[in-house]
Design a protein around this ligand. Structure first.
Ligand SMILES: Nc1ncnc2c1ncn2[C@@H]1O[C@H](COP(=O)(O)OP(=O)(O)OP(=O)(O)O)[C@@H](O)[C@H]1O
Ligand SMILES: [Mg+2]
Length: 239
């Protein structure tokens, strides 16, 4: 059986993963603050809609949706047109206030139902949750956060989309998640690093495909993220 690939359309990236993300995967985009996780995941949705005619849903925990739109328009991405054509939808995840396990469960169920409905209505092929780190505010116990994330990722996988989850790390080169569970519930992990002034990207894991095993330099330009697949970054230079 030939595996279908979902092209990120990010310059220089798809060739590091044999043409694209295996269809239906759930891939973690990890990195410290300001490493480019939001731009990466926006670009995945935008390119899907603009280049491949694949509808996508971008779920953000950003309280101010204007920031997202401002960010996208900054790259001259005409998202208004794509939204009108139902090729793209931005949804704000309302995690709100919840205290008990039951309340949290109910909030998560409600949000998952809304996301599922959006995916069905648009026939979405791509989905982004930016970020899952915010889930941590509900529980002090890491064990509870883990079980919640585990279930969340599992239910997202059932939607049939190719999904990106972003997670914020403290930035170390050996750290790939905030709660230590995201990397295990994902089919793939792409790490972003920023050691000023240099940015690098590393495919740590990608189930079902061969992939580059070294960090590569990338830049954030006025066209978004551009990876240089022919160059390598030494691990020692990544802080
Ligand atoms: N037009 C641009 N040209 C060059 N670099 C830019 C541009 N816009 C944003 N950046 C860079 O991208 C960074 C922000 O990237 P992004 O928001 O994707 O990071 P993030 O990993 O999502 O951060 P956070 O953890 O805060 O959510 C900025 O700090 C800036 O360095
Ligand atoms: Mg972000």
């Amino acid at each position: 059986m030939v595996m279908n690939r979902v092209k990120t359309g990010i310059e220089g990236l798809d060739e590091l993963i044999q043409g694209g993300i295996p269809e239906g995967s759930c891939v973690l985009i990890s990195g410290g603050a300001g490493t480019g996780k939001t731009i990466f995941s926006m670009q995945f949705i935008y390119n899907g809609a603009a280049m491949y005619n694949e509808p996508g849903v971008y779920v953000s925990i950003e309280t101010n949706l204007k920031n997202i739109i401002w960010n996208m328009e900054n790259f001259n991405w005409d998202i208004r047109d794509l939204q009108e054509k139902n090729l793209m939808k931005i949804y704000r995840l309302n995690i709100g206030y919840a205290k008990t396990r039951e309340e949290v469960q109910q909030r998560v169920d409600e949000e998952l139902n809304t996301i599922s409905q959006l995916v069905k209505d648009m026939n979405a092929k791509r989905l982004v949750i930016d970020s899952v780190t915010a889930f941590g505010i509900w529980f002090e116990s890491p064990a509870l956060v883990r079980s919640l994330l585990f279930e969340f990722a599992d239910r997202l996988k059932n939607l049939g989309c190719t999904t990106l989850l972003t997670t914020e790390t403290r930035g170390g080169r050996r750290e790939f998640s905030a709660f230590g569970v995201e990397e295990f519930v994902s089919d793939g992990v792409i790490a972003l690093y920023f050691t000023p002034p240099h940015r690098s990207i590393f495919v740590k894991k990608m189930r079902g495909t061969n992939h580059s095993k070294i960090p590569h330099p990338f830049e954030i330009t006025d066209r978004g993220i551009v990876v240089n697949p022919h160059d390598r970054v030494l691990w020692e230079s990544i802080k």
